[in-house]
Design a protein around this ligand. Structure first.
Ligand code: DC
Length: 225
């Protein structure tokens, strides 16, 4: 069977990560978390004290960074230059930092190449902000997941509660709102639904329901390419 490229876009907390991983597993496809690529570059820049204004140093950094994914006990780990940075990338300030660095043309250009390399052979479920519009405009199947701000904040809050969360639901809601604005308003690759993307509002849906809805669309697509 032909291996397709499936892309899943949408705002922070709409459920992209979880459902992308589940869908990839169900289809035996590779799961590509493109947000992790941006977070890894932001972390590397932060560690080396390279500000977003220094394009030359950032370009060098993007060329030098080796980012890879490995599956360990069913969980996907992210490695930056051979070091496991999975947890470091998920802490909250990294999201905002990644949002700053991801606005820069030099970073987007370098990561565009990386992302397409991962998708070269198809058989991929890629998740991110501009995948259906910019990175894989010819993807066979595109989804755009949305959910209300309140629901997205609640999900992030519950996720962080499992870790060492010190922030209130209200604070998290404000952070997500700020990131939404930042991601929507930016000049380069703003958060935008591709014309041919299927929108799914996950506000009142369980993870299983979302994955099933996507799988159904996948099967329909296979029958009527
Ligand atoms: O999906 P995430 O929260 O891990 O993404 C972190 C940041 O990276 C987010 O603020 C926007 C940016 N990003 C992007 O610009 N393009 C992508 N394809 C993925 C993420």
């Amino acid at each position: 069977m032909k291996k397709n490229t499936i892309v899943i876009d949408g705002p922070a907390g709409a459920g992209k990560s979880t459902v992308s991983q589940r869908l990839a597993k169900r289809l035996h496809y590779l799961y590509l978390d493109t947000g992790a690529l941006y977070r890894a570059i932001a972390l590397a820049a932060h560690q080396k004290n390279i500000p977003p204004t220094n394009s030359k140093k950032l370009y060098e950094l993007c060329c030098q960074c080796r980012i890879s994914f490995k599956k360990m006990k069913g969980k996907q780990k992210v490695y930056l230059n051979g070091k496991d940075v999975t947890s470091a990338l998920r802490i909250s300030p990294m999201g905002l930092l990644a949002s700053h660095y991801s606005k820069l043309p030099v970073v987007r250009k370098a990561l565009l190449w990386h992302q397409r390399k991962f998708g070269e052979k198809g058989g991929i479920v890629a998740e991110g902000r501009d995948l259906g519009t910019v990175v894989f405009p010819k993807a066979e199947l595109k989804f755009f997941l949305v959910a209300s701000l309140k629901e997205r904040a609640k999900r992030r809050y519950l996720e962080l509660l499992k870790k060492d969360n010190q922030r209130s639901l209200h604070q998290i809601e404000k952070e997500i709102q700020k990131r939404d604005q930042q991601d929507r308003k930016r000049a380069l690759a703003p958060l935008k639904k591709a014309k041919d993307a299927i929108e799914i509002d996950t506000t009142t849906m369980t993870i299983d329901q979302v994955v099933s809805a996507m799988y159904k669309k996948f099967l329909e697509k296979m029958e009527r390419p």
